[in-house]
Design a binder for this molecule. Structure first.
Ligand code: KG4
Ligand code: ZN
Length: 337
């Protein structure tokens, strides 16, 4: 490998996917292996942290070896090993962190810690040319964050949810509608057949704030459904799903557009599991195009948790000198800076 090229083994275990990837020069996906635990957690209607940790332990080595085999590389070929250090479920994160430390120690490789959200943002870099300054909206099961990046590797959190993450609201509404976990794709699909005929609240918060709030919307949807059941009134589930989604998308698009204008960015990046939502993608694309901005969205396989995105972010971190020692610990509440 020349001095400027990198070959990074990246590991991600922050929630319910055990993932390993091999990324060349921060852009080329040599291998991307993911073992999803969705089928297991489906039985409980959500992620059970203890079960997630145990499944990561069972899958970690298998997934890592699969990625190395698919990439056709040996540990001696690697420049570094990278891992999500946080945020996420502590027991889940610990499995990936310890696996990465073992590889780093056994093969004398630099260890690069990566923030999970930096990974979601940099997923875009695997498929698009990103230009700074930019704005990124990260929407996932655990996060709803607007991040301004004046330059590569620099993150300014300008807005975040004050209560539920948007994916969390999707998952709870789905559960009440009797839809399976994860709720996002199921609500999204049901909404396609409905009409936005119900008025659900939109939390705009104070003038100029880029923060979000989805708990009022979630409660309103749940109350509407419970009241209808109590009164024996038949509500069209698809209209509830469609009206809920209309409220979510309206707030996300309006706030992101206002921030993009205030920060005067050319590019807006969508990231995270909820970025898989077709209605959100289309509404955001239309709004940004109307305002002369470019929207970048990763393909579906890069929206939900994976290790390729961690490898992409790790390349930036590695080149800027980020290194961890073998005392690296999982950081469940890690802030993005
Ligand atoms: O990024 P991700 O895989 O994990 C976290 O870091 O949280 O995001 C998972 C979240 C879940 O809440 C899931 O319901 C949601 O993303 N999601 C969607 C869609 N696909 C996944 N939400 C809305 N529409 C979708 N199509
Ligand atoms: Zn995620």
């Amino acid at each position: 490998m020349s001095e400027t090229s990198t070959l990074i083994l990246a590991i991600e275990t922050s929630c319910d996917e055990t993932a390993a990837a091999v990324i060349e020069n921060g852009r080329y996906v040599r291998a991307n292996a993911v073992a999803s635990q969705i089928e297991t957690h489906k039985l409980y209607g959500g992620v059970v942290p203890e079960i997630a940790s145990r499944q990561h332990v069972e899958q970690m080595t298998i997934v890592m070896e699969k990625a190395m085999r698919e990439a056709g590389v040996t540990f001696q070929d690697l420049t570094a090993v990278a891992v999500t250090e946080g945020p996420g479920l502590v027991g889940a994160l610990l499995v990936g962190v310890n696996a990465a430390k073992a590889v780093a120690y056994a093969h004398s490789l630099p260890l690069v810690p990566v923030h999970h959200l930096a990974g979601h943002i940099y997923a875009n870099r695997l498929v698009h040319d990103v230009k700074y300054p930019l704005l990124s909206l990260i929407v996932s099961g655990g996060h709803t964050e607007l991040v301004y990046m004046p330059e590569e590797g620099v993150y300014e959190l300008i807005g975040e949810t004050r209560d539920d993450a948007v994916g969390e609201a999707y998952d709870k509404v789905a559960r009440t509608l009797g839809l399976p976990y994860p709720g996002g794709p199921a609500v999204d699909q049901l909404a396609q057949t409905g009409e936005a005929s119900l008025e659900f609240p939109r939390a705009w918060l104070e003038e100029g704030s880029y923060d979000f709030s989805f708990s009022g919307l979630k409660s309103s949807v749940l109350n509407t459904l419970h009241n209808a059941t109590q009164r024996n009134v038949e509500l069209a589930r698809e209209d509830v799903a469609c009206s809920f989604q209309a409220s979510v998308v309206d707030v996300l698009v309006t706030k992101t557009a206002a921030a993009a204008k205030a920060y005067d960015v050319e590019q807006v990046l969508l990231a995270g599991g909820v970025a898989a939502n077709q209605t959100l993608r289309e509404a955001m694309e239309t709004k940004m195009a109307a305002e002369g901005r470019q929207l970048l969205v990763p393909p579906l396989w890069l929206c939900t948790d994976n290790a390729a995105m961690i490898g992409a972010a790790a390349d930036v971190a590695y080149r800027s000198g980020a290194r961890a020692d073998l005392d690296l610990n999982a950081k469940p509440g890690l802030a993005l800076k």
